[in-house]
Design a protein around this ligand. Structure first.
Ligand code: NAD
Length: 337
């Protein structure tokens, strides 16, 4: 089997623990992956390097995929988020976040299955043009949306819907108020939707969408939206299926993907050996799908669903008493069955 090299960024806080656990599970799948380790975030700063060292960028550039632990964004002026930097540097224009119920996990609803496709490099979330006046009385932040990026992203969402056999794409916007930016995004969505007459096209204003997601999540299938709305709504969706410990994310470009957990570095439980690695392992399953290792991806998802669903060997955030290592051992046992 040809070897595929994966860049591994352990990250900060609980990052190294959940990354080690995920690499153990990938090794147990024995699907021809080899790893190149690179650092970023606080770990890099502590070594006197840049937040995202050039060697790390070069390493990610060389390999088709990267698996990234959560990174602490230092508080203070002059630090741009590592995630935002990586998305822009590698042109990772789509952020894909599935929210799928796991039977047995306590959550508000069962059978939720929503795929959020979020624009990843434009809009107000990109942090461009920030300014605070000298007297501190006025602040500014620019929001730029382009037809080109919107088209690329919305096409990506419709293509994903078609590939995955999904029935409906809901375009979420605020074009009634943000007529220029959100209006342009909606306009592009309407024209792209015409190319996909096998998929239902729906439009929804973001505030209504937030309410509808809470009231009746089963009415949603694929959501496509701009950067900040997608950031917020995908966390809402994660909350619907049991929380951030179960939510993976993929940052995807034309020829590269960086896969991660949606949650952060959890400094409150770092070093205690109790972090839940499920979200990152589900991110690794998305990475396997991206590499066309679909049966391995499915085996991993099934093992995770079984262990998390059974609930005897889960970490404290899911109501259990197991450590990260005990949970991982159990996933590996299930993979071997
Ligand atoms: P967080 O997601 O790190 O933690 C929120 C809460 O969820 C905490 O109580 C934490 O213990 C819990 N939690 C998170 N992941 C968990 C897991 N796998 N298992 C068990 N419990 C888990 O959010 P925060 O505290 O707001 O942020 C901490 C740091 O992470 C900040 O520096 C932030 O910038 C960074 N961050 C990074 C990413 C990323 O790299 N993708 C994403 C979000 C936040």
């Amino acid at each position: 089997m040809a070897e595929t090299r994966v860049t591994i960024i352990p990250g900060d806080g609980i990052g190294p623990d959940i990354v080690d656990a995920t690499v153990r599970v990938l090794d147990a799948l024995d699907c021809g992956l080899a790893y190149d380790y690179a650092i970023a975030g606080q770990t890099a700063l502590d070594k006197g390097l840049d937040l995202v060292p050039q060697e790390t960028l070069d390493m990610i550039g060389k390999n088709p995929v990267a698996l990234k632990g959560p990174i602490t964004t230092p508080v203070g002026k002059g630090f741009r988020s590592v995630n935002v930097t990586l998305r822009k540097y590698f042109d990772l224009f789509a952020n894909v976040r599935p929210a799928l119920s796991i039977p047995g996990v306590r959550s508000r609803y069962d059978n939720v299955d929503i795929l959020t496709v979020r624009e990843n490099i434009e809009g107000i979330y990109s942090g461009e043009g920030q300014m605070v006046s000298e007297d501190g009385e006025r602040a500014e932040l620019r929001s730029v949306i382009t037809r080109k990026e919107s088209r690329r992203l919305i096409r990506f969402a419709y293509e994903a819907a078609r590939r995955l056999g999904r029935k409906k794409v809901t375009v979420v916007h605020k074009a009634n108020i943000m007529k220029s930016t959100s209006g342009l995004f909606l306009d592009v969505a309407r024209s792209v939707a015409k190319e996909y007459d096998d998929i239902e096209h729906e439009e929804m204003i973001v505030d209504n969408c937030a309410m509808q997601l809470v009231m009746n999540p089963h009415r949603f299938d694929v959501i496509v939206t701009t950067n900040l709305f997608g950031d917020i709504l995908s966390d809402l969706c994660a909350g619907l299926v049991g929380g951030l410990g179960l939510a993976p994310g993929a940052n995807v470009g034309e020829d590269k993907g960086i896969f991660e957990a949606v949650h952060g570095s959890a400094p409150d439980i770092a070093g205690k050996g109790v972090a839940n690695p499920t979200a990152l392992m589900l991110g690794a399953a998305m990475m396997l799908d991206y590499l066309d290792l679909n049966s391995e991806a499915e085996r991993l998802r099934n093992a995770l669903r079984t262990v998390v669903g059974e609930g005897d060997k889960v970490t404290p955030d899911l109501g259990g008493r197991s450590s990260t290592t005990e949970f991982t051992d159990e996933v590996i046992r299930k993979l071997a069955q």
